[in-house]
Design a protein around this ligand. Sequence first.
Ligand code: ADP
Length: 255
Amino acid sequence: MEPVLELSNVNYAYHTMDGETKALNDISFSVAPGEFVAFVGPSGCGKSTLLSILSGLLKTETGQIRVNGKDLKDSTTNIGYMLQHDHLFEWRTIYHNVLLGLEIQHMLTARTRAKAEELLELYGLKPFADSRPSELSGGMRQRAALIRTLVLEPDILLLDEPFSALDYQTRLSVGDDIGQIIRNAHKTALLVTHDLSEAVSLADRVIILTKRPASVARIVPITFSLEDDTPMHRRDAPEFKTYFNLIWKELNKND
Ligand code: ADP
């Protein structure tokens, strides 16, 4: 199958008054359609930089990025970006927060409105459509943020530590919940996380990055022999610990 995303020898450096900070070093990998890939690596290694490049916010210096066979800058593939904080506006209701991306991109039509309502219903937020963000739990807010991203019908989802602002307990259930939503929607997803358990419970592959400037240290395919392969079941499966330890060791090797 043709990869949806293909990076070849991508490099990136920040240039500031104090000089140059090299963030990405010769990054190459590809992602298959519908695949869920998690990126782990030491803090400050360049994970967010990588997602910013894929979202088009930053431009690579050298190397090539192809999306559905086209150069990233010529690509018409819709890429959604979900950040650590939900960025819901308190002066808007949940419904109007969900519509925000559509408004900004001039995509608000009867069809997309109906789609937003359908997603609110599907993910249990319909009763809160007229509520303000502060009336919702952290997990529900994150669901609303995901709906705001999904309603734009992205082909690829970039998730930058989307659960890290939540407390541990909530993070577990929201991570599992949102992971399932993304899988059921058959989206290709790239998740940056510092939480190895999250990576192993959600991903098809984990890409381990070295300390800054990030390069690919190792790519670990994750397979569980589970009949019902959900993040929750993965956490209880015997393979879970093996993967966790393998990734942990590789990360500490790079210290
Ligand atoms: P991570 O997401 O892995 O924590 P980042 O991609 O945010 O790491 O950052 C990688 C490195 O690039 C860090 O050392 C950071 O200090 C540096 N960096 C990030 N953003 C900028 C910027 N706007 N200007 C200069 N340096 C930056």
